[in-house]
Design a protein around this ligand. Sequence first.
Ligand code: ASP
Length: 344
Amino acid sequence: MNYLPRLTLILFVCCCVISTTSAAEPKADKKPAKKLDYAIVVHGGAGSSPKSWSAEDRAGREKTMAAALKKGRDILAKGGTSLDAVEQVIRLLEDDPLFNAGRGAVMNADGGHELDSSIMDGSNRACGAVAGVKTIKNPISLARLVMTKTRHVLLAADGADRFGKEMGVKQVDQKYFSTDEQLRDLKKVQQQAKTRDKNGQLLPTKPATHFGTVGCAALDRHGNLAAGTSTGGLTNKKYGRVGDSPIVAAGTYADNATCAVSCTGVGEDFIRNAIAFDVSALMAYKGWSVQQAVRHLIRKKTHTIYGGIIALSHDGSIAVEFNTPGMSRAMADSSGRFEVKLGK
Ligand code: ASP
């Protein structure tokens, strides 16, 4: 019997397997030197480069990001829960008009505001979300109430506002969310949407240059992970449009066995690709580190998603990746790390 062709075939198959494995699996990162007791990562949205903002905006965003990080870090340092840290960090960011969440929620095509938010508990996969709320000052807290006070996961539009009223959360008039800057952005994006090429064809609308959604992932001293996200969505979005931020598995995910994730960017991309869940799935099914998973999703799929991801693994490792010119983010942990970054 001639073994040579068979041997050649076996060698060829082995080479193919080795080369596809190494191409698909990004390089592993170092694990934290010492086991971390707690860790937290926050984002203030992906989008334009901070170089294009005014010095005042840059300073303001940096200051609020640092204050939010400190708030979350202190809760965790004192033995508080990751869920409390996530909720309190996001509430603080929702109250600053420089971020596209709560007070600073962008305008939809009608010049109104519809806010989305979600939160997830990695210890038991409990989750809660609200979509398209119009009167809720801090949607993240209402999302948490959906998780703890109902048997549902997602409440939307008028029903969600009504639930907020029943729960006694702070409600506000739509005017509370409106700023001159949002009106200017809306007009700019609407103007862009009317632009035609020389043949009279409408040009595709460019994504808004500055997103500003907020999110947080935390690991507490009890070993529990949690994640949350809050947004006003995309400027000039169609009335009733719901993005990824209130969709668990798209914009937010947490599972103690793997990681906690919050996403930002063009929501439709994140929904189509179930990105937040995919970070966890790559860790669970392929055994990848959180950095490998996040890097793979952002870098290998640039044609399908536009935005950024923050993720925190059960061992306290933090991963941040984005394919936009900038992404505000902040990280802290029990080793004393405390960092705030706006650009690359
Ligand atoms: N992902 C959000 C949405 O599409 C927007 C953002 O992250 O800036 O609603």
